[in-house]
Design a protein around this ligand. Structure first.
Ligand code: NPW
Ligand code: ATP
Ligand code: MG
Length: 370
């Protein structure tokens, strides 16, 4: 029934027709759904034998729902295609994206590398990493493609990063940042300086830890996108919403969290990714795999930094009035999941994030090149 139907836009006032007729499936509900499908099949046979006109009505209704879903999915693919800049010989280096990653400390050097490489592989021209001194040689040794600034734990970290802000199109704050007080204090200053320049900011991982301590840092900033995993979502929720999270209604929760943060865009990662700007909820269920190696979220945040820049540059006209950041988030989620799917086809259980990053080019072409 849902083969090939991956993505649904869900209006705030009232669920989509599909959602009403076919409630969303959680992992636990899959078994029940299979049993349900068997019952429906038996019922259909019984109706076909006794009431052929009723069966025709049911079939027509089902195909209407299917068409509705497919249209939503096609819409979002088209909107992402609309924001992807054309490759032309008329541009110079940097014009298609200069993305900064703020993260990387003694313990975590992989995460900022994954995020920065993912931005490059998705089509950014230049990727910068602002990390702690000790992490820099390690990150540089992974790749000659990255420009690495070992400034994050220096006494004048904010000034050092500020120098680069005029050249950056988007920042991704948090992958591999760690939770050291000095680093977090410097990141606060970097966030303030970036907001003052109106730079799009993706906040992930330990950047979300910081926001959970101090939500005011991002409250109401319309160019912020938060990408919490399950744990990070709970922390943010506890920090900004007083009532307990309603785990039976994920759509309502992500909408509520976005609203409580002043309509910043929130991407709740999971079995399906739910994205909200406080006005609507969009779901991305692009087929991935059951492999959950560490670093997939870094691929998402890095590619999202780039797509956020592209989407804001393209503007509402290209996104047909849909929030550009929703379109960017949907695009990056689809891309991450498609990379996971492709890498899993080749490597199965041994799939790692490095394998997924190697798939970005092919996945991007498959999904978004016209
Ligand atoms: N190669 C590298 O350098 C990488 C570095 N990374 C960097 O690590 C830093 C910390 O990031 P993080 O994600 O480990 O921290 P956090 O959110 O506190 O989660 C900790 C605990 O939460 C739980 N948990 C998580 N998801 C869950 C779920 N869906 N459902 C249920 N529970 C769930 C789970 O708890 P457990 O099951 O182990 O009890 C998990 O252990 C950060 O800087 C990040 O960028 C990563 O990017 C990976 C690659
Ligand atoms: N159960 C799942 N089924 C399919 N895809 C999933 C599932 N959980 C997460 N994903 C996908 O994996 C990507 C990363 O999400 P995840 O929750 O693993 O982030 P994370 O914990 O921040 O990862 P990282 O290890 O990089 O910190 C997202 O694009 C999400 O759609
Ligand atoms: Mg993460």
């Amino acid at each position: 029934m849902t083969m090939g139907l991956r993505c649904v836009a869900i209006p705030v006032c009232g669920r989509s027709k599909f959602d009403t007729a076919f409630p969303r499936m959680s992992g636990r509900a899959v078994g029940a759904a299979v049993a349900g499908a068997a019952v429906v099949t038996l019922l259909s046979v019984a109706i076909a034998l006794c009431e052929p006109p009723l069966l025709a009505v049911l079939q027509r209704t089902f195909s209407l729902h299917t068409a509705h879903l497919r249209k939503d999915m096609e819409n979002f693919f088209q909107l992402v295609k609309n924001i992807v800049p054309a490759l032309t010989e008329k541009k110079h280096k940097g014009q298609d994206g200069r993305i900064g990653i703020v993260g990387g400390c003694q313990e975590y050097t992989g995460a900022p590398y994954f995020a920065a490489m993912s931005a490059l592989k998705a089509g950014a021209d230049l990727s910068y990493v602002f990390c702690a001194r000790e992490a820099a040689p390690v990150i540089k040794s992974y790749s000659p493609e990255l420009i690495v600034h070992p400034v994050l734990d220096s006494p004048n970290a904010v000034q050092e990063v500020k120098k680069w802000l005029p050249r950056l199109h988007a920042l991704v704050v948090g992958p591999g940042l760690g939770r050291d007080d000095l680093l977090l204090k410097n990141v606060k200053g970097i966030l303030e300086a970036s907001k003052a320049r109106d730079i799009p900011i993706v906040i992930d991982a330990d950047g979300l830890w910081l926001i959970a301590q101090e939500p005011a840092l991002i409250q109401g900033y319309q160019k912020a996108i938060l990408t919490p995993n399950h744990m990070e979502f709970s922390r943010l929720w506890e920090a900004v919403v007083s009532s307990p999270v309603d785990s039976s209604d994920d759509h309502a929760s992500v909408l509520r969290l976005s609203q409580a943060l002043g309509n910043v865009t929130v991407v709740q990662k999971g079995e399906h990714d739910l994205i909200s700007d406080g006005q609507q909820v969009v779901r991305c269920s692009q087929e991935g795999s059951s492999r959950r190696c560490g670093g997939q979220g870094d691929l998402l945040s890095g590619s999202l930094g780039l797509m956020a820049h592209w989407a804001l540059l393209a503007g509402l006209e290209k996104t047909n009035g849909t929030s550009p950041l929703l379109v960017a988030a949907w695009g990056a989620c689809s891309l991450t999941r498609q990379c996971n799917h492709q890498a899993f086809q080749k490597y199965g259980r041994s799939t790692t994030t490095t394998d997924m990053i190697a798939e970005i080019g092919a996945a991007f072409s498959k999904l978004f090149e016209t």
